[in-house]
Each structure stands twice: as C-alpha cells, then as structure tokens.
Design a binder for this molecule. Sequence first.
Ligand SMILES: Nc1nc2c(ncn2[C@@H]2O[C@H](COP(=O)(O)OP(=O)(O)O)[C@@H](O)[C@H]2O)c(=O)[nH]1
Ligand SMILES: [Mg+2]
Length: 350
Amino acid sequence: MKIGIVGYPGSGKTTIFNALSGLRAETGLGGKTRDHLGVIKVPDERVERLAELSQAKKKTYAEVVFVDVAGRAGGVQSKGLLNPQTIQAMVECDALVLVLRDFANPMLPESTDAAREMAGYREELILSDLMPLDNRRSRMRKESGREKEKALIERCIERLESGQSLLGMPFTPEERTQLSGFALLSSKPFLYLLNQEEDAVAQGIPQALQDHAAAEGAVLMGISAKIEMDIAELPAEDQAEFLQELGVESLVRDRFIRKSYELLELITFLTTGDPESRAWPIRQGTTAAKAAGKIHSDIERGFIRAEVIAYPELMAAGGYKQARDQGLLRLEGKEYLVREGDVILFRFNV
Ligand SMILES: Nc1nc2c(ncn2[C@@H]2O[C@H](COP(=O)(O)OP(=O)(O)O)[C@@H](O)[C@H]2O)c(=O)[nH]1
Ligand SMILES: [Mg+2]
C-alpha cells in the first residue's frame, strides 16, 4: 500500500511524513525539491503472538509506503498545485492524504484558512481530471463507434463539471480499465489531515470544517505534526511514556494506518509456521484462491484447499496441533471469502 502526502507548500507535509515514517527529511523551504519515500511496518501484535506459538524464525509485518509528494512553489492563492510530476507521483499512490494547514506559518504570506485549502484541493483535482477526459472527448467526436466509451467519458465529465469528484461513482471493471489510462486523481480514496497548532489539538476539529468534510463524505483527522514528529524521534520505550503524559492513547500514526485500511477496504489475513509468521493485507471480498496468489502464484494455481481458523480461536486452542485435534480447522475452497484475522494454511500442489 502506497500513500501520498499532498498539500500546499508549508502545510506541514514533510513534518507529517517524518512523524509517520520516523525519518528526518528536511522541513521548511529547503526540503521540497524532491519526493521522499518512507516505509513503515504496520504494528500487529498477532504476528508476534503467532510467532511465539509456532516458534517462527521470522516475523513479517504488512508495510505501508509513504511518499512526501514534492509540490511547487506558491500557496493556495496561486493555482496550479499539480504540475505533471506531482500528478504522476499521485497517480502511483493507492490513497492520498490531503494536508490542510491550521497553524500560523511565518514563512507564508497567507493567513490560515483550512476550509479554503480544502475547496482548493478539490477544485484542483477536478480540473486535473477534466483535462485529459476533455481532450479524449474532442478526439473521439471525430471517430465513429466506441459508443460505450464515449458515454462513460461523458458521464465522468458531467460529474466533474458539477463540482463532484469521481470517487464513489459506480464503475464496472471494464469501465475501470478504460479509465485507468487517464491518470485520474479524484477517483482515489483520500482523507483530509488537519495540521493543527500544538495547543489546538486537544480542542478537536472546528465544527464548520467538520461540516465541510461531511458534505463531501470525506474523512477528516486532526494532528499536530510537530508534536508527532517530536514523539516519533524518541526511542520506542520513551514514546509510550510520553503518550501517557499527554493523555493520548495512541500515536496518530496508528490511528492513521487503521483509517487508511478502512479507506482502502483492506483486511488482514495471517499465516504462521516454523519459517515465518506474517500479516497479509488484502481487499475485502478477496477469495481464498486470490489470497493464496498474494503469497505465490503457484499456490493460487495449484490450490487444493485452505485450512482456516480465526486468530482468537487458534490462540485459545494453544496451537495448530490442538486446534486440529479439536476439529477447529475449517476446510475452505477456492471461492471462500477471506475474513479479517483468518489464520490460513494453504494446501496446494504444483
Ligand atoms: N507550529 C507548527 N509548525 C509546524 C507544524 N507542522 C509543520 N510546521 C512548520 O511549518 C514549516 C513547514 O513545514 P514542512 O513540513 O516543511 O511543510 P511542507 O512544505 O508542506 O513540506 C516548518 O517550519 C515546520 O516546522 C505544526 O503542527 N505546528
Ligand atoms: Mg516539504
């Protein structure tokens, strides 16, 4: 999973990137000329418990890649946040975090206005999507046939021109394929991250802004990037203590990962054994055969059956052997829809 951190210069993208990744990319005006990449492991204590249970030699967590997308100079008033390079970087992401500045940045001439930034992003994503679709429509007008594609493009343009993004529009798999060549951005799952002044976080997010987000059907999270970055730089054992002092139950990073999973409709299945205990992120609604394919295409091709047990049941039984003896392992076929927290052993032949 790859998540792009996007926003106007000075909104705190790099600070947030550092907080999420634990890295130390340069913030401020000097730091925005190139994209930064950071990989984090998704904390999942089930992987640890399973590794103990089966004395696994290795533990492998799901990974999230963060990209601090380099923007261009100019604030919310100078339109054109999205140059071709930025668009390309965003297209490669599975989901976007749109950062809204809600702290006074002495380096910027503009006052803070998160609602204006929100509207600005939406407008820019919509304009960016309209351009290639509109070009295509003009070219197709001179061609005959391809009525379906013409209608699809017409439908998208209509939606965008009404000021709505493409997200949430129902597309068939065939239509998705047709649209995949257009570098569309407004169809991507996203969330707004309000980067707040340190002392404002405790008060929560202003109601007016919550209403704006709700009107769009969008998720809005609050964060003080600065506090988070300071915490992220501490050693792990001190982090917990500091969080307790602040009266915060978890790092925004952890909440944020959970939210991203929700946005992308991801669930996790687990595998465990002597060589490795591992968490695998998949889309909700993935069949056992496709889930097997995540591990290796041979396992999908040679799929015989899946032996499945819910994580809590396996832990309660005390191990695979006990679970098998008690008849707790379910045998599932190719079409079984994998559920959150399934621990799976695939039987296959090649
Ligand atoms: N007070 C305050 N300053 C912040 C916060 N987040 C970022 N900054 C500062 O704002 C400036 C721009 O941040 P940066 O992350 O480089 O923004 P970017 O241009 O979007 O990457 C830096 O001087 C940061 O230290 C925050 O939550 N509170
Ligand atoms: Mg930056």
